[in-house]
Design a binder for this molecule. Structure first.
Ligand code: PHE
Ligand code: ZN
Length: 879
């Protein structure tokens, strides 16, 4: 375990490396406990660097066996070596450095470097895992051409994979064999990968735009080949889409994907050899939900798209992480929008952004999309870098327009192919193609925090003028107490009584282009003239900027927008705002000892949206989904009492259900699936709507029986898991819930990914007893503290998605959580640190819970020898 050294890495300290490594040759002699790695590096001193400058290579827990230069072993006076560094004191100007290291994949529980997952050798090198394999200049601006030779026992590892193209393979005698791979594209070490083992293969091929044939392979556990068909289809669609939308072709003869069961993240874009968490590969209708299918499609696309945005053009340093991640998320969002429904996809994106990125940006872990400092880079694979990073790219497109944006992307690929680039380089291409100055816009990369925009409006009948008073503000965030004014693009419409946008003949006080107001100052008074009637303002359409909006709108205006705005996102937003307002006032009533009340307009509108067949079912499902408990908490802001929020939400759902019983029952029956299962947007949308209706109907008399029969009659995992969730959450003490949970457990006991759902569902059951359930489940035979998916399913869900269970007023859940985080840390600091981020909003709790939460965080810090990963998160959370 890498313990904390207190070292802080700063962007301003970046300087190019003194030495370059144009060529890297690796030989792996694989064995479970003692793998030998022979590394031959062709090294050159960079021009202008003094002779005699030492070469310091990175390592992490390495065991050095031998080191030589140009074939001559180094003497003790020529170098020094520790597990974390190999220094050659005065190397020549250009030379070959041969390093021999020994690593033990069988005991590597960090899942970084070379490790074993279900008897397969595999690697994970991003961000700094390569240094756990051999000593290297392990930084993304060192681009090298790799040749990799793998030797292994043929029975144990018939399959030997690495990056690039296969060049040679053969027998070695004594049951061993070898394969050689060569990757012609210079790449940083974090994109290196190796896989060796016995796996099943799904093969296909793809012919690129220019007619090159590419062999595609997806490797999975034997017997699971049939579960990789959807991923393969998604891969081919991704390859085609990138050609059509960005003119990007694939560049090697083969493209391989390997699914493994033990993986810290979702997946990894290693050049020509993507390695995936099997959760994002394996699917069929009996084991995966519609949400799983959508995630697989998105992540397959994401990793594939990295081939250009990340691999061909990589990052100069880790501060530039969003250069590849924000951009690639933007690209996978666009892909999913094209493959499915654009408005539905946008609503889902915004929900995710608000649920994961807003709390980060508004709490102690806030950091800019392009951070300036870090202690542990693993902790910067965040919603801010990924999701807000994508929003920033989206805003560039909004500001420049689709065509100029595409021209900028073309220039980016042309200008920086084969380079390790920066965010400044990225912005510059858009300035160059558009002739615009993006320096104020660049603050979106440099300043942390979610800007708030306050708006009030007035209509002057006699002057036929509509005026908006708009003000922006940005609260201080850790290490940034003073903020500069941002350039905020606000898409808008002035909606007339007939639902159409009203024309105007003039505008003063702001630049307005293509129905976007450009807010650049603290306060702008924007006046539209020639407006025939009082308009209803529709602002931040499509969520054009990732901000919070303080806009007082009358309920009747929101109801009007919910029913009439031509922007589907804004229709959803208007209804969601009505629901949120009602839930917050319900919450306040409950805290004040009163009954919550919900106006009839809400119930009526919910019924109309449910039945409106001019709207896609998926949209109706999203609209009818009440804001979650943490969404409500976020909008309340401070003094959070999760029990009161749960009660308000429950009362609101019950009222809507009771008022719409007939209509909901009718629709529920009508939506019963008639056609065979298809994992596409249409089928998924119908199931989503029907399952939302079930959630409401389950609150009415007979609800437990209805949910139980939904469960018994389900013909796919989407419906089965939805019914089980409803039973567990709405009828947790019922015989029906108990029976269904047992049945599910028995039916899927050998399927780890499905058992994750069983853990997730139980960890999410609200109320104080969840702690006992979760504690007991840590003893369940299917639970494993070393498997990140299992840990996230049980502990991650409990801490991140069970407000009332986790934030128990007596603080017991926090104590349990601190203990288990420390247990996880012993094996896997990266997963432990990510779990611990669940505490990031502790200051928004009411005072009693706040104290208990602080105590638990402090108890973690009292441990001796904390990992750099966990210490960094906990200290920043408490700061
Ligand atoms: N680069 C990976 C992705 O975005 C994420 C990742 C980071 C995976 C670090 C593993 C380790 O898709
Ligand atoms: Zn990525």
């Amino acid at each position: 375990m890498r313990t904390d050294t207190g070292q802080v890495f700063k962007l301003e300290d970046y300087r190019p490396s003194d030495y370059l490594i144009p060529k890297t040759e690796l030989t792996f002699s694989l064995s479970k406990e003692a793998t030998r790695v022979t590394t031959v590096l062709t090294i050159e001193r960079r021009k202008g660097v003094d002779a005699g400058t030492a070469l310091a290579l990175d390592g992490d827990e390495l065991k050095l066996v031998g080191v030589s230069i140009d074939g001559k072993a180094l003497g003790a006076a020529d170098y020094s070596a520790t597990p974390d560094q190999l220094t050659v004191f005065a190397p020549p100007q250009s030379f070959q450095l041969t390093i021999e290291t020994e690593v033990d994949p069988s005991t590597n529980s960090t899942l970084m470097g070379l490790y074993r997952s279900s008897n397969v050798y595999c690697t994970q090198c991003e961000a700094e895992g390569f240094r756990r394999i051999t000593y290297f200049l392990d930084r993304p601006d060192i681009l090298s051409v790799y040749t990799v030779r793998i030797e292994a026992d043929r029975t144990e590892a018939p399959l030997l994979l690495s990056n690039g193209n296969p060049v040679q393979h053969g027998n070695l005698g004594e049951g061993r064999h070898f394969a050689v791979w060569h990757d012609p594209f210079p790449k940083p070490s974090y994109l290196f990968a190796l896989v060796a083992g016995s796996l099943g293969k799904v093969a296909d091929e793809f012919t690129t735009l220019s007619g090159r044939k590419v062999e595609l392979g997806i490797y999975v556990e034997h017997g699971k080949e049939a579960l990789a068909g959807y991923a393969m289809d998604a891969l081919k669609r991704s390859m085609k889409w990138d050609e059509e939308k960005f003119g990007r072709e694939y560049d090697l003869d083969v493209f391989n994907i390997v699914a493994v069961s033990d993986f810290n993240m979702g997946a990894m874009e290693n050049k020509g050899l993507n390695i995936f968490n099997d959760k994002y590969v394996l699917a069929d209708e009996q084991t995966a939900t519609d949400a799983d299918f959508a995630n697989i499609e998105a992540i397959i696309a994401h990793e594939y798209f990295h081939n250009w945005t990340g691999n061909r053009i990589t990052c100069r340093d880790w501060f530039q992480l969003c250069l590849k991640e924000g951009l690639t998320v933007y690209r996978d969002h666009e892909f999913s929008a094209d493959q499915r429904s654009r408005p539905v996809k946008r609503i889902a994106e915004v929900r995710t952004l608000r649920a994961h990125q807003f709390p980060e940006d508004q709490g102690p872990l806030a950091h800019p999309v392009r951070p300036r400092r870090y202690r542990e880079i693993n902790n910067f694979y965040t919603a801010t870098v990924y999701e807000k990073g994508s929003e920033v790219v989206r805003m560039i497109r909004t500001i420049l327009g689709t065509e100029v944006f595409r021209a900028g992307m073309d220039l980016y690929f042309e200008r920086h192919d084969g380079e390790a680039a920066t965010i400044d380089d990225f912005l510059k291409v858009f300035e160059d193609v558009s002739g615009r100055d993006l320096s104020q816009f660049a603050l979106w990369y440099h300043q942390a925090g979610t800007p708030n925009v306050t708006v009030s409006s007035s209509y002057d009948q006699s002057a036929r003028a509509f005026t908006l008073e708009i003000e922006q503000s940005l609260a201080p965030t850790p290490s940034e107490s003073r903020k500069r004014l941002m350039h905020i693009p606000l898409a808008f419409g002035l909606v007339g009584a007939d639902g159409k946008d009203l024309p105007y003949d003039g505008v003063e006080g702001a630049t307005v282009e293509n129905s976007v107001i450009h807010l650049r100052k603290r306060h702008q008074s924007v006046r539209f003239t020639g407006i025939a009637e009082r308009p209803v303002l529709s602002l931040n359409r499509g969520f054009s900027a990732p901000i919070t909006l303080s806009l007082e709108q009358k309920p009747e205006d929101l109801i009007f927008l919910a029913g009439n705005d031509r922007d589907a996102f804004s229709r959803w937003q208007a209804f969601n705002t009505l629901l949120t307002d009602a839930l917050i006032s319900g919450f306040r009533n409950i805290l004040g000892g009163k009954q919550p009340e919900f106006g009839e307009h809400l119930q009526g509108l919910a019924g109309r949206i449910a039945a409106d067949t001019s709207l896609e079912p998926a949209f109706r499902a999203l609209a009818l989904t009440l804001p979650g408990e943490s969404d409500i908490a976020r909008d309340i802001g401070k003094g959070i009492d999760p029990d009161a929020i749960l009660a308000a939400r429950h009362a609101c759902a019950s009222t809507i259900a009771a008022a719409n019983e007939q209509g909901f029952r009718y629709l529920y029956e009508e939506l019963r699936d008639s056609e065979p299962f298809q994992p596409d947007a249409d089928g998924a949308g119908r199931r989503a709507l029907r399952n939302v209706l079930l959630d409401y109907l389950a609150l009415l008399p007979g609800g437990a029986d209805l949910a139980a029969s939904h469960f018994d009659n389900a013909t796919n995992m989407t419906d089965r898991a939805a019914a089980l969730t409803v039973l567990a959450q709405r009828h947790s003490d019922s015989a029906q819930a108990d029976k269904a949970l047992k049945h599910f457990e028995k039916q899927y006991s050998t399927d780890a990914l499905v058992m994750d759902k069983w853990f997730i569902i139980q960890a999410g059951v609200p109320g104080p007893r969840a702690l006992e359930t979760v504690r007991a489940l840590t003893e369940h035979p299917a639970f494993s503290i070393g498997n990140p998916n299992r840990v996230r399913a049980l502990i991650g869900t409990f801490a991140g998605a069970n407000q009332t269970g986790f934030h128990r007023a007596d603080g017991e859940s926090y104590r349990f959580f601190a203990d288990i985080v420390l247990k996880v840390e012993k094996r896997n600091p990266q997963v432990a640190a990510r779990l611990a981020t669940a505490m990031r909003s502790w200051r928004s709790l009411e005072p009693v819970r706040q104290d208990k939460a602080r105590d638990a965080l402090v108890s973690i810090l009292k441990q001796e020898k904390l990992s750099a990963d966990l210490k960094d998160i906990v200290e920043r959370t408490l700061a």
